[in-house]
Design a binder for this molecule. Structure first.
Ligand SMILES: Nc1ncnc2c1ncn2[C@@H]1O[C@H](COP(=O)(O)OP(=O)(O)OP(=O)(O)O)[C@@H](O)[C@H]1O
Ligand SMILES: [Mg+2]
Length: 233
């Protein structure tokens, strides 16, 4: 398979954090790519730079050096409007601690990304559609009865499913998940992994970060981040 088949690709990525006088080199020439329709897990010990890499892939952070490209186009050439759209529409994020808004109910948390991407006038035009899509997603995620609950009224597994619904709301090309089961017991985490497997079977491209090899086994391909690089298999 040629390298051009990667939908999202990172090449020679370097990233360090400056802590006072010293710089901590976290990524030292990472090459990574995900093909359309793939489910890839990135594993590595705590502190190996998995979250750093995922944030760079999703344009939440910038590399010091190296190129991230989506569909062959270098993200560093995107305008700020294009970057906002990339973060809001092209990728969808799922985090270990859910990051739901407690003031909003479950349905509102799920359709929030569409509200953000459409702006006030666009939102008025599409809100009926958006609410229906959010309800449909909640139904698929087994949360049809929870639409009017607040996040703090839900269990951890339910909260994570809401966060997955939110990440899927704008039909992202790539779902990026950072330790999505890290805060859950193994049975509940297993439910979340089943959701990912089903999404992937339906064609969703997924990049999932985990320090847990057993969790990573559920992906179609595993790569290991060690010493600032993707280790060669
Ligand atoms: N904003 C920051 N400022 C300074 N150092 C940072 C910052 N973010 C991350 N680091 C450092 O970079 C290294 C990699 O962090 P990162 O969060 O990417 O690791 P990780 O593999 O996701 O770890 P974990 O499995 O514990 O989540 C760590 O040593 C961390 O202390
Ligand atoms: Mg991390």
């Amino acid at each position: 398979m040629s390298k051009n088949d990667f939908i999202l690709k990172a090449e020679s990525i370097y990233k360090s954090y400056r802590m006072g006088a010293t710089a901590v080199e976290v990524l030292k020439g990472v090459d990574f790519g995900v093909e359309k329709g793939e489910f890839v897990a990135i594993v590595g010990t705590s502190g190996s730079g998995k979250s750093t890499l995922l944030h760079i892939l999703g344009a939440l952070d910038r590399p010091d050096k190296g190129v991230v490209a989506f569909a062959g186009r270098d993200l560093s050439r995107y305008s700020s409007g294009e970057l906002n759209r990339f973060r809001n529409k092209t990728v969808g994020f799922v985090f270990q601690f859910y990051h739901l808004l407690d003031e909003l109910n479950v349905l509102e948390n799920v359709f929030l990304p569409t509200m953000v991407s459409k702006g006030i006038f666009g939102w008025f035009a599409c809100r009926g559609w958006a609410k229906n899509r959010a309800r449909e997603l909640l139904g698929q995620l087994g949360l049809g009865e929870r639409a009017n609950h607040k996040p703090y009224q839900l269990s951890g597994g339910e909260r994570q499913r809401v966060a997955i619904g939110r990440a899927l709301m704008n039909e992202p090309s790539v779902l990026l998940a950072d330790e999505p089961t890290g805060n859950l017991d193994s049975a509940t985490g297993n439910g979340i992994l089943k959701v990912f497997e089903e999404l992937n079977r339906a064609g969703q491209t997924i990049v999932m970060v985990s320090h847990d090899e057993r969790v990573a086994q559920r992906a179609g391909r595993i790569v290991t981040l060690a010493d600032g690089k993707i280790r060669r298999a």
